[in-house]
Design a protein around this ligand. Structure first.
Ligand SMILES: *Cc1c(COP(=O)(O)O)cnc(C)c1O
Length: 406
């Protein structure tokens, strides 16, 4: 049994946080590479990375150095001006998108994945023009918690408490091109899609499906907007998930691993699309803030230096093979180092997750029956072996208990 990090009596009053996340189970105080330590000095292996965020590991010296150097030089100026850190990061990001799409484009920096999607949604409306503002996205998707990003998120249960939702959103079955086509009319400005549904259970899209969306967007003059917030920055074994399918998006949203834990996001659009925005259309106090953008340059530089995409392929294959060999793991899905181990009907991924946490391994029960694994791209084979041994033990004990009760 894991205990809660806060005494929840009486009525949770001791906890200083609003109750949106449920009672926190662990209080972490320090991290180094793949390792984390809690307030009691207990060590954990982090196979979740704050949800695919700390891809270069905790306390990565390159990132720490970038933050501390920039902190001693310049944190922030207003958007009436630019700064050298933001300019360098924008050029690095533009170059990366040019390499992966062959398109020249421009970027807008923000602070989170939801904000990146908000900017993309506004860009789609501006590009589409009056009367052409609808954005189609997939059931099972996750695009963030702000109101418009939530409206794009294809999970009706998350909408219900906040009705009425903003207008102009439509959802179709993920992976089903015919249902996408059937949803289209002249009011549709864009399709917003994940190449792997992360929160939706680590479900990769078929390359054919993504290419089909591209073809429909070309045919109808709609924007293909790809949400790479979870899949971007080498997580899937390519810089961006869309590269696996060889499709070229018009708009890409990013966050999570782009800051390795420093809050930052961005939207990229090819030049003709970015040009739909004019001064005053969008903004954020922290857009292009020097401290965050110094981190973006450091992340891109370090990921290039270690060839993070190739490393994610190699370590991903190593982890995947070992997970698949565990009796009680029915299948493994995902790409690179964004994986889910399916434990099968009748299993209880939450119970397995809880026991793993108690034994010092951080994972996530991404569905009722599947564990999500997203270790740092810098994870060692020895750390994978250690984690897989723990998963094998806990899954074996769990299967036995399931067998006994069924
Ligand atoms: C996490 C996530 C978001 C939201 O990002 P935040 O930084 O939490 O706002 C959006 N899209 C996808 C695909 C995500 O995984």
């Amino acid at each position: 049994m894991t205990s809660h990090a806060f005494d929840t009596a009486p009525a949770g009053a001791a906890c200083p946080f609003m109750p949106v996340f449920g009672p926190p189970q662990v209080m972490f105080v320090r991290g180094d590479g793949t390792e984390l330590w809690d307030a009691n000095g207990k060590r954990y292996l982090d196979f979740l990375c704050g949800l695919a965020v700390t891809s270069l590991g905790h306390s990565n010296p390159v990132i720490t150095e970038a933050i501390s150097t920039q902190a001693g030089r310049l944190l922030h100026v207003s958007n009436f001006f630019t700064n050298d850190a933001a300019t360098a990061a924008a050029i690095s990001l533009r170059d990366l998108l040019f390499e992966t799409t062959g398109q020249q484009g421009q970027v807008f920096f923000c602070n989170s994945g939801a904000e990146a999607n908000e900017a993309a949604l506004k860009l789609a409306r501006k590009f589409g023009g009056r009367g052409r503002h609808v954005v189609v996205s997939a059931y099972g998707s996750f695009h963030g918690r702000t109101l418009a990003a939530l409206a794009a998120t294809g999970q009706p249960a998350k909408h219900e408490p906040f009705f009425p939702m903003p207008d102009g959103f439509r959802h179709v079955a993920y992976g089903d091109l015919a249902s996408l086509e059937a949803s289209l009319d002249p009011s549709v400005a864009a399709v917003l899609i994940e190449t792997v549904q992360g929160e939706g259970g680590v479900v990769p899209a078929d390359a054919e499906y993504l290419r089909g969306i591209r073809a429909l967007c070309d045919e109808r003059g709609m924007l293909m907007m790809i949400d790479e917030v979870q899949t971007g920055f080498a997580r899937t074994g390519k810089w961006f998930g869309f590269e696996h399918a060889g499709v070229v998006p018009d708009v890409v949203t990013m966050a999570k691993a782009m800051g390795n834990g420093f809050p930052v996001g961005a939207v990229w659009a090819r030049n003709e699309v970015a040009a739909a925005f004019v001064p005053g259309d969008h903004g954020s106090t922290y857009s292009g803030t020097a401290i965050a953008t110094a981190v973006v340059s450091a992340v891109i530089g370090e990921m290039r230096r270690i060839d993070a995409p190739a490393l994610a392929v190699a370590r991903g294959a190593y982890l995947r093979d070992r997970l698949a060999a565990i009796p009680g793991v029915q299948s493994v899905r995902g790409q690179g180092l964004l994986l889910a181990a399916e434990l099968g009907d009748g299993s209880d991924a939450k119970a397995v997750y809880t026991e793993l946490l108690a034994r010092g391994l951080v994972t996530n029960a991404v569905t009722a029956t599947a564990l999500r694994l997203a270790p740092p791209i810098t994870v060692s084979e020895a750390e994978v072996d250690e984690a897989v041994a723990l998963i094998a033990e806990v899954v074996a004990a769990h299967s036995k208990a399931q067998g006994a009760t069924s």
